[in-house]
Ligand binder design. Structure first.
Ligand SMILES: Nc1nc2c(c(=O)[nH]1)N[C@@H](CN(C=O)c1ccc(C(=O)N[C@@H](CCC(=O)O)C(=O)O)cc1)CN2
Ligand SMILES: NCC(=O)N[C@@H]1O[C@H](COP(=O)([O-])[O-])[C@@H](O)[C@H]1O
Length: 232
């Protein structure tokens, strides 16, 4: 009997994309798959409530950058990133999904996910990482190379209003050090409609996100751990 597949989801906000993943696991669209951790860098992230209200409830964790730095004198942002990575690695996910995670991750996070670092250095996390590399993917509301970084939706809509573009899109890509420059996994273009309100445009875009994030997770999980194959 093949073991179930595990996803860890990193969030910072309302968690509507997390909810899409929760629903996909529950409905079998993501077969034999569980979300084993929802991690937030913001205490008020509603996605933490979504996880707690899932059936069964999904374990959650929270760690924000500034409180971490205050409680760890002389620590750096990179130390924080590595701490986050060990806490995520502790649940041995098969896939890590950044779903509205609004923090740029340094290489220290990626090195831990790739299995390049040895024992956890943190006092909070006692684990020895296997060498297994864990894929990390990110949902970004823009086309490859178009509007990297934060506030991509607003920037794209404003560019359309200036007559500079006629379409934008949503992508899920592999996470690398360079923000939003990882290899695209899935891309969905979205046309702008003349006269359409920003609210309606955003509604269409978010609905596209909810579909593509599930499809991308399914694609990556199948590549790494096809259903029915015993995972490591
Ligand atoms: N190394 C990488 N880290 C992250 C990636 C990535 O591709 N590589 N994707 C982002 C997600 N994201 C866009 O998709 C994004 C999120 C946030 C920011 C940003 O400028 N964050 C600021 C803080 C903003 C805030 O707290 O409101 C920051 O980190 O200082 C840029 C891009 C996730 N990380
Ligand atoms: N650069 C990353 C970025 O802008 N991510 C965006 O944050 C929102 C999170 O919504 P959610 O918390 O409801 O899933 C989504 O629109 C996602 O594309």
């Amino acid at each position: 009997m093949a073991r179930r597949r595990r996803i860890a989801v990193l969030i910072s906000g309302s968690g509507t994309n997390l909810q899409a993943l929760i629903d996909a696991c529950a409905s079998g669209v993501l077969p034999h798959t569980d979300i084993s951790l929802v991690f937030s860098n913001r205490k008020a992230a509603y996605g933490l409530i979504r996880a707690a209200q899932a059936s069964p409830p999904i374990p959650t964790a929270y760690l924000a950058l500034q409180p971490y730095l205050k409680s760890h004198p002389n620590s750096t942002r990179e130390d924080y990133d590595e701490e986050v990575a060990w806490r995520v690695r502790k649940v041995s996910p098969d896939l890590v999904v950044l779903a509205g995670w609004m923090h740029v991750l340094s290489e220290r996070f990626l090195d831990v996910m790739e299995g390049k670092l040895g024992e956890a250095q943190s006092s909070d996390v006692s684990t020895t990482t296997e060498a297994r590399a864990i894929p990390v993917i990110n949902l970004h509301p823009a086309l490859p190379g178009a509007f990297d970084g934060a506030n991509a939706i607003d920037r794209a809509f404003e560019a359309f209003q200036r007559g500079e573009i006629a379409k934008t899109g949503v992508m899920v890509h592999k996470v690398v050090k360079e923000v939003d420059r990882g290899e695209p996994i899935l891309v969905q273009e979205i046309e702008f409609h003349d006269g359409e309100s920003k609210e309606n445009f955003e509604k269409r875009l978010h609905e596209t996100e909810w579909t593509i994030i599930v499809a991308a997770a399914k694609k990556v999980l199948e590549e790494y751990i096809p259903v029915g194959i015993d995972a490591p």
